[in-house]
Design a protein around this ligand. Structure first.
Ligand SMILES: C[S@@+](CC[C@H](N)C(=O)[O-])C[C@H]1O[C@@H](n2cnc3c(N)ncnc32)[C@H](O)[C@@H]1O
Length: 224
């Protein structure tokens, strides 16, 4: 059983984001907001490719050194909990626990190397769902990777509905991956969320690390 005491800073690669969210190359011309991107490499690499990605996360209040310390402090716990639950994961992509650790650390280094410049350019903004500091319709797509739905044990339904409402206020479309929780069970909040947002689609994607975690929830803003 995986049991994190907090929502941990942990960062995935650009390629993982592209696969999880089923992003076609055209996404680089769109305005994209990553909610809870933490130390993922998505923002750094997408913008290096000419994209327009802004990320929000409460950890962006911290200095580069403080975030690096948090990453290094949580690394052993994540690796140990993954080692104790190896059967919950699909190892095709990473090969081994060591392979996973290397790819994650490489992605988080890409983030750290970009962080100060990106912060000065307004690409890393310290903010927290469910209240974001943007005007209505500021983005084309708002993403949540490994934050909403995954932490359904810690974040209740009310938080999820407020967070999704806020993401739809500022963007035309919301994409959330995965739709399962930390122990690979469908999020307990999913039925109410699907009912509340009829403009939804569950899309099978070309990414599966947590076994059974290969679906992305896409919600389009309803026209008035
Ligand atoms: C497990 S990490 C996922 C990081 C990244 N999205 C990825 O998939 O690699 C979860 C992130 O959610 C952030 N977070 C926690 N509370 C938040 C909130 N209320 N609003 C936005 N992000 C939050 C954490 O700081 C952390 O960086």
């Amino acid at each position: 059983m995986i049991d994190y005491k907090n929502i941990i800073p942990w960062g995935r690669s650009y390629t993982e984001y592209v696969n999880m969210f089923h992003l076609s190359p055209g996404f680089l011309s769109k305005k994209v907001l990553g909610c809870g991107d933490g130390p993922a490499a998505f923002n750094a690499v997408a913008n290096a490719f000419g994209g327009h990605v802004v990320s929000v996360d409460p950890i962006f209040e911290l200095s580069k050194e403080a975030i690096e310390k948090q990453i290094n402090d949580s690394f052993p716990d994540v690796i140990n909990q993954t080692r104790a639950n190896m059967e919950q994961f699909n190892w095709e992509q990473f090969g081994s626990l060591e392979g996973l650790g290397k790819i994650r650390m490489k992605s988080m280094k890409q983030f750290l190397n970009d962080y100060e410049e990106g912060k000065a350019e307004g690409r890393y903004i310290a903010a927290s769902l469910p209240k974001l500091p943007f005007n209505d319709h500021s983005f084309d797509i708002a993403l949540s990777s490994h934050f909403l739905l995954l932490y359904s044990d810690i974040l209740d339904l009310d938080f999820h509905l407020k967070a999704i409402d806020e993401m739809l206020r500022i963007s035309s479309e919301v994409r959330i991956f995965p739709i399962i929780d930390l122990n690979s069970k469908l999020s307990a909040h999913l039925p109410e969320i699907l009912e509340r947002y009829p403009n939804h689609e569950l899309i099978k994607v070309n990414y599966e690390f947590q076994k059974g975690g290969n679906q992305m929830l896409k919600i389009e803003k309803s026209l008035p």
